[in-house]
Design a protein around this ligand. Structure first.
Ligand code: UDP
Length: 457
């Protein structure tokens, strides 16, 4: 997946590949304003980005790069600074009250957050950080200021893009605000290098935000292949609380309209109702997204309304070790999202030897090998999903052989590859910055970069 320099067919897409022995950062500031990599993923604001930040930070540290992560303090018990792993420090930055703030309130706290990041750096010797990597647009805003102050390159990963999400909203979902679209646009214009998950995301940045293709690197995310590997299905079922002969379709992720768990539930309902033996089961793992806490009540009510409560099991967010058992216990994992910049759950399930049925959107087309390790479904028509699910569930031999292929497919993706490719991107950003490209983006109006088409808001 991680090609060494550029995609052959699309000269505009950069695959940075591994380090080439050039400028390696000694220490980087990694900014993740709205969510801590130490948070349990699968609920609230914690998901794939947290996993990405943690997995790459710990691997960067193993490669000799010191990583300091800045995230907002959200609890009085957060130590200001914590050594979270060898070579990885987490700074809990005061910016607004610990709780009661929604992600949408955080733009109002960016000044406080940035000021405290700048103060932390000012207490160190000059040249303390070699590079900044910001995650999500809120962090990009902080990174932009710090980059200009410190004179080091800013690498930015958006993780999700408002313009993309707004173009494929679920029924009843709220559009991302103008404020975010404008903020993302500014970060795209200002970052020295933009790292994206897939070629699709690279095109979206170029087409919708007018990003300069020469400043976009594709670095494909990975799975923790030590944690997520095939294992004893029956033992996993016993640990998860499933019967040996259950037929299990599983959803894993934050319960939010974007992830379309309701589409899956509606599509599964006729199959569950017509399963006289009562073996077919939908397992839903995860908590409410955003500030919603506890069980996803709307989904519980929907199951009751559809008359399938007995066939649906809800589990709270699971730690990775337990999640591996959830995947292993499943016959099929479903990722019906309306939009997905990559879809780590799809990859992790396959790494456990379980095939995936996924919506044909965003990065899922890369994460799933259609017809080999799983199937991709166009659109969100309930009957179409029911038909695809029914066909797969009626053919256990095909499911098993796709599961075998899934484990092989997933082995091409690992966080080690991702980290090596990221280091390649850092090297590229630092070299370009030293050559002077970055300095044109310096503080106090040294430049105004190109005029490019702006994203429509
Ligand atoms: N996750 C978890 N426990 C859960 C549910 C999810 O640890 O109960 C993790 C999962 O392993 C995956 C991440 O949350 O790594 C979700 O990432 P994905 O890319 O699928 O979705 P996102 O949250 O980024 O939209």
């Amino acid at each position: 997946m991680h090609r060494s320099v550029r995609a052959e067919s699309r000269s505009t897409i950069h695959y940075p590949g591994a380090m080439t022995g050039g400028l390696r950062p000694r220490r980087i500031a990694l900014i993740s304003v709205h969510t801590s990599p130490l948070a349990q993923a699968g609920t609230g604001d914690a998901g794939g980005m947290n996993v990405y930040v943690w997995q790459t930070a710990t691997r960067l540290a193993k490669r000799g790069v010191e990583v300091e992560i800045f995230t907002r303090a959200t609890s009085s018990s957060d130590a200001p600074t914590e050594q979270a792993a060898p070579g990885v420090t987490v700074h809990h930055v005061p910016a607004g009250p610990f709780d009661g703030l929604d992600k949408h309130d955080l733009p109002g706290q960016l000044c406080a957050f940035s000021a405290n990041v700048l103060r932390a750096e000012a207490a160190q010797e000059p040249g303390y950080y070699d590079l900044i990597h910001s995650h999500y647009w809120l962090s990009g805003q902080v990174g932009w200021l710090a980059r200009d102050r410190w004179g080091v390159p800013l690498v930015h990963t958006a993780h999700t893009l408002a313009a993309v999400k707004n173009a494929s909203l679920a029924d009843g979902d709220t559009a991302e605000p103008k404020l975010r679209v404008i903020g993302e646009q500014q970060v795209v214009d200002e970052a020295d290098l933009l790292v994206v998950n897939t070629p699709t995301e690279a095109s979206e940045l170029v087409d919708l935000y007018g990003a300069d293709p020469a400043r976009v690197d594709v670095v494909v995310p990975g799975a923790d292949l030590e944690r997520y590997s095939p294992g004893d299905r029956l033992a996993a079922r016993a640990r998860v609380g499933l019967r040996p002969d259950d037929v299990v379709v599983t959803f894993v992720g934050r319960i939010q309209p974007l992830k379309a768990p309701d589409v899956l539930l509606r599509a599964m309902a006729p199959l569950i109702r017509s399963d006289a033996a009562g073996r077919l089961r939908l397992l839903v793992v995860g908590g409410a997204s955003g500030n919603g806490a506890g069980l996803p009540e709307a989904l519980v009510d929907l199951a009751a309304g559809l008359g399938v409560s007995a066939g649906v099991t809800f589990l709270p967010p699971q730690a990775p070790a337990d999640l591996a058992d959830v995947y292993r216990a499943s016959d099929l994992v479903a990722v019906p999202s309306y939009s997905e910049s990559f879809g780590l759950v799809a990859l992790e399930a396959q790494a456990c030897g379980v095939p995936v049925i996924a919506a044909n959107v965003g990065g899922l087309g890369v994460a799933v090998a259609d017809g080999v390790s799983g199937v991709l479904v166009d659109g969100h028509d309930i009957e179409a999903w029911t038909a695809r699910l029914a066909a797969l569930l009626a053919d256990p031999a095909r499911l098993r052989s796709m599961g075998t292929q899934a484990a092989i497919h997933a082995r091409a993706f690992s966080w080690d590859h991702t980290t090596d490719a990221l280091l390649g991107s850092y090297e590229r950003a630092m070299a370009a910055y030293r050559r002077g490209a970055g300095r044109q983006t310096g503080l106090f109006g040294l430049r105004r970069r190109r005029t490019r088409p702006r994203v429509t808001i």
